[in-house]
Design a protein around this ligand. Sequence first.
Ligand code: HEC
Ligand code: HEC
Ligand SMILES: [Ca+2]
Ligand SMILES: [Ca+2]
Ligand SMILES: [Ca+2]
Length: 457
Amino acid sequence: MSKSVYFLLSILILAASAAGIACDAELEGETDGELERPLAGGETTTFDRSSSAFTNPAANLTEKNLEHHFLGDVRFENQFVSAPATVNPGLGPVFNNTSCLNCHTENGRGMPAVGNRPGKSQALVRVSLPADRGDPELPGGPVPVPGVGTQIQDQAIYGVAAEAVVEIDWVEYGGSYGDGTAYTLREPVVTLTPSDGGSFDPEMMTSLRIPPPVHGLGLLEALDEETILAAADPDDADGDGISGRPNYVYDVQSARTVMGRFGLKANQPNLLQQAAGAYRDDMGVGNPLFPDEDEEGYDIDFETLEATAFYTQTLGVPARVDWADVTVRRGERLFEAIGCASCHTPTMTTGDHEIAELSRQTIHAYTDLLLHDMGPGLADGRPDFEATGSEWRTAPLWGLGLAHTVLPLSGLLHDGRAGSIEEAILWHGGEADGSREAFRTMSASDREALLAFLRSL
Ligand code: HEC
Ligand code: HEC
Ligand SMILES: [Ca+2]
Ligand SMILES: [Ca+2]
Ligand SMILES: [Ca+2]
């Protein structure tokens, strides 16, 4: 290398470090809160942005809890088969898939197409009848459809008929940004054909769902009710057009109605019951919380159920990247300026949890865990406890930038209709109409900044 090249290089290095100093100086004025944002999950935060980013245990687990986590990890992966069998019997008789992991691939957002793996799907269809058509399965919950209950199981063990064949067609819509740039949105249309050759009750309501990511959920369980309620504004008293409210759902263990937090309409009170419901309804695996009808005893014991739930409680959250980048910071300000942060709450602090590692953590989940009316475009028309047919729980956005690193075919939104972050935003309606329009009509460079921020999560 010639002397002049060395000279040029050292000038470049000097210039780069000078820029670095300027950057640090700029950051010195920031509040601690903003500096903490890269640590999305507080002390549980992990530093892996690879395709396994959502599968790491919380960084702060004690050795004992880490062991328990790995035990739960095995449960989450266990493939169930039909009884009698020596390992993991009890699948079915009807089911949607054979393990938690088959649907929650790499713990990320699922793929929307039903049947895109031979014989198995990650999406599932919930069904129910209007409230005046019968008794709910759980107090205050959806009314089961005779013969198929509240969920369509499209798979069955040998010799048993699945409940229905599920088919999805996609309808496309065109639209354009304020600057004339065109975009395309697509929406699923579900067709259910009962396997017995009959037809479903014309009043049956259906809702297609894909799995949301499962990292960081223990921290959401650890939020105090008061923290969640503080952001609720059911009657929109402050007049900003946003009126989040919690769902209230039935807790099987305490036999009480409590605040809902998990599931796409916040229809589950805690991760234990979420796992128990998944075992019975998604895999046909009866358990102490939700026994299999027509089967004696349980397919799994309480210990197994608890370990699986523990696994989902103790997954860490990946740290943000590029959070100090100028464009990303501009995008972050836009996110707050156009009202995204009114639902996707940037910062909250957890309360006490029986898993001490989850307690008193400052987290950046970008959800308020509240239900919001998202307008007719996203409505499924199927109420779930207090959630109406157009309300959904604000989706957590931590790890959003990794969605397609983790699983390239992941869908966004409750039914996976959005293939990209832009599409997900463009589907926002109802209480989020104003935010959506602000995004749609902003300049291309502002849109790019907002997306750069979202990709940094
Ligand atoms: C057939 C696919 C499928 C299987 C199998 C499955 N899940 Fe899910 N999971 C989903 C879908 C779809 C949702 C969203 C459900 C809804 O809100 O209606 C979900 C939601 C969840 C949630 C809530 C996440 C959140 O953000 O609130 C957790 C936790 C979860 N599943 C854990 C499990 C566990 C544990 C198992 C195994 C015992 C399991 N799942 C098996 C598809 C599946
Ligand atoms: C009124 C509350 C509200 C506002 C305002 C809002 N969102 Fe959302 N957001 C939601 C809800 C609820 C969902 C879940 C909707 C669904 O699944 O159908 C969601 C979902 C998303 C998703 C999909 C996440 C995933 O994992 O599937 C993204 C991305 C997103 N919002 C970004 C934004 C951005 C960016 C803005 C501002 C332009 C914004 N949101 C404004 C409530 C809101
Ligand atoms: Ca069974
Ligand atoms: Ca069923
Ligand atoms: Ca309000």
